[in-house]
Write a protein that binds this ligand. Sequence first.
Ligand code: PLP
Length: 516
Amino acid sequence: MTQVFYIDTRGHCTEPVPFTEALVQGLAPGGGLFVPVSLPHLNLDEIAALAKLPYAARAAAIYQAFGVDLEPEAVDGLMAQAYGSNFDDPDICPITSLDANTHVLELWHGPTSAFKDMALQCLPRFFSASTRQLRARGLPVPEFCVLVATSGDTGKAALEGFKDMPGVSIGVLFPQDGVSDIQYKQMATQSGSNVMVWGVEGNFDDCQTGVKAVFADRAFNERLEREANVALTSANSINWGRLLPQVVYYVSSYASLVAQGKIACGEAIDVCVPTGNFGNILAAWYAKRIGTPLDMLMCASNENRVLTDFINTGRYDISQRQFLLTPSPSMDILVSSNLERQLFELNGRDAMAIRTWMEDLRDGGQFRVDVDTFAALRRHFVADSVSNADCLATIRQAFEKHRYLLDPHTAVAYRVAERLRGQNPVLIAATAHWAKFGDSVYRALHGMEPNESLPENIRSLSGCGLNRLISTETQCYNIPQGLARLDGLDLRFTDVIKKPAESIEEAVLQFLGIGG
Ligand SMILES: *Cc1c(COP(=O)(O)O)cnc(C)c1O
């Protein structure tokens, strides 16, 4: 298999780099994002043949097609670890069909019950292997400390992914009073010898601002390197190593639908994705681009509808936009960083245009793409947004119709698919298990308003207790073990730190065993 190199979306990289380097660097020098110089093409027979393989082998086959610079046996081994008994379903991401033409791709069977596991069970293993390979080539690669600010989901998925990974440690910061009981316990009970979790006195924005300031503090970063040979990294969703695992499940699920006789081989299907940072839906576009018969890609937004407006107008504008809180917090976002990759792929890979648009966004809070790029965008994407009240109504209606519980993120996609679908079968990306968002599910099932406080006797239940109640009421007893057992685990991490960067830096030094 020939090796494929990576260039960046802003044209600052003079030398293309192999997969392992793109992974370890994360962001390209100059602020652009890495993309492969060339993309593979799979024909229909190759795609359909994937159905005979276990999921891990499907993933390895796609990685080989993308020309990664790791030994095939190494890739096989890493994939077997990434997609094995850490998932609670042998199919890893099984498909539940609600009717003949509506298929739900359940991406939440991993250890934290959110779709980020699909990427974060994979990336850390390839990250570790990549650092080993680069060192073996004689490059001076330090140890890494992953620092993550989280509003709830990403932090836990990153902790599970990086725990006990050689050469890497991970620290997660969450807003002390801003996460649900379930999310808090998921993080505070985290196992592993290289992990740390801090509550921060502040909101998510404070956490993120603090972490950004730590990344930008040159003197602090030099000290880490000098005294511990440690470099900070974010491993966030702009890393190509988080995107490629997501391409896998779109190709794989097409193969599964064909093998299960639900679609004919070569028949086009539409995909509907609840979208935040544009990573998941971009992966669907790459799957389409390399040969999977996907037709329309439906971008589903919550009330933070910047992407929907962009896809419908060609103008990305956050200059007047408020950041809104919704029942689907993992889609509460204003700057969708992976959109940059999509625009690069649609504008003829014109890095100069990307630079201009990103400068316009930074300086004026908006940019507008040219007519050709807009036309290309419209050939692949449609978009719509769902209000908070409609999100909860959707959970209730879908349950009444199919006896199937949707989490609030998946509900947004379900509603948009209902509104925008045409003749094609639709694959809906289900990005979280309902039991991660029991509060909203309870409100939905009881016809309450999105912001209405829960009755006193419900509010006093733990997250696990509330989920058991919902199970009894709905007879949906499929609560994942990792969530059901949280009340019985010891809280390992209870430190609360203040929000300024100095407090975070002090905590990081202590975690890494530096200084006095
Ligand atoms: C992160 C996340 C999303 C958004 O995915 P993007 O790749 O950022 O578009 C949607 N739903 C859930 C549950 C998530 O955790």
